[in-house]
Design a protein around this ligand. Sequence first.
Ligand SMILES: Nc1ncnc2c1ncn2[C@@H]1O[C@H](COP(=O)(O)OP(=O)(O)OP(=O)(O)O)[C@@H](O)[C@H]1O
Ligand SMILES: [Mg+2]
Length: 263
Amino acid sequence: MKIAISGKGGVGKTILAALLSKTFAEFDYSVLAIDADPDANLAATLGFPEPEKITPISEMKDLIEERTGVQPGKTAPFFKLNPKVDDIPEKYAVERNGIKLMVMGRMKRGGSGCYCPESALLQALVTHLLLARDEVVILDMEAGIEHLGRATARAVDKLIIVVEPSRRAIETAYRISKLTQDIGLPNVTVVGNKIRNQSEKEFIISSLPGFEFLGFIPYDQALVEADLANLPLLDASRQITSEVKNIYHVLLSTAVAKVEKFG
Ligand SMILES: Nc1ncnc2c1ncn2[C@@H]1O[C@H](COP(=O)(O)OP(=O)(O)OP(=O)(O)O)[C@@H](O)[C@H]1O
Ligand SMILES: [Mg+2]
């Protein structure tokens, strides 16, 4: 199962990516978590020691040059659009508690589409990770999905849009959902997060008619306090962990239903 997680800034994408990774790993799935947010903090959320020491792929200048034929930061008329990437996960993923992690880093962007070597390598790598790897892949993304190329988007089985009870989060959900239609990403589902009461849950449901919901995660002050005290986030809230477990079961049941339907 290849899951991508998007949504407005600060809605809880990374905590969901981390807790889902943990849950799949606890159920003995082999999990690859990918931090595709330039402002990366999945490693820290997953509890990797010294996360700042993990070098993002986009900063591996020699690797980028070796694989694309062009030095990062340079524009060149030609470079390999299909660089070799299949050995990169084994060499550069870090692992902890059954979860492998790759940090992609910041892609340079230019105008409507960027043809710089680092983004060629990152696109090829993410697409490879989604298509070729026989494991659960969980992609923690930045707020938009614009940077997901078509090939990458098509390799995603499920896009989870995280929303919190706010108009802006809902607007972002609509914007992302519109983009999924443009780039051909079919399976979109919503997780409501930071829910304090029934009326907040109803606000989200009534604001997003026609959307499929995967679950609703309660707001828990314990998570905020753990964050402020620099304590491990994954074990901070039993309520949140238990709802993510429900979400895991719903995800699995939809995957099983798909296999039964399409063989
Ligand atoms: N259910 C919740 N209850 C309380 N606090 C939460 C909850 N979910 C997330 N938070 C807090 O909200 C903040 C943002 O969460 P997180 O980093 O997971 O969001 P994000 O969508 O990945 O943000 P960004 O767009 O910056 O990457 C964090 O401080 C996190 O601890
Ligand atoms: Mg995040």
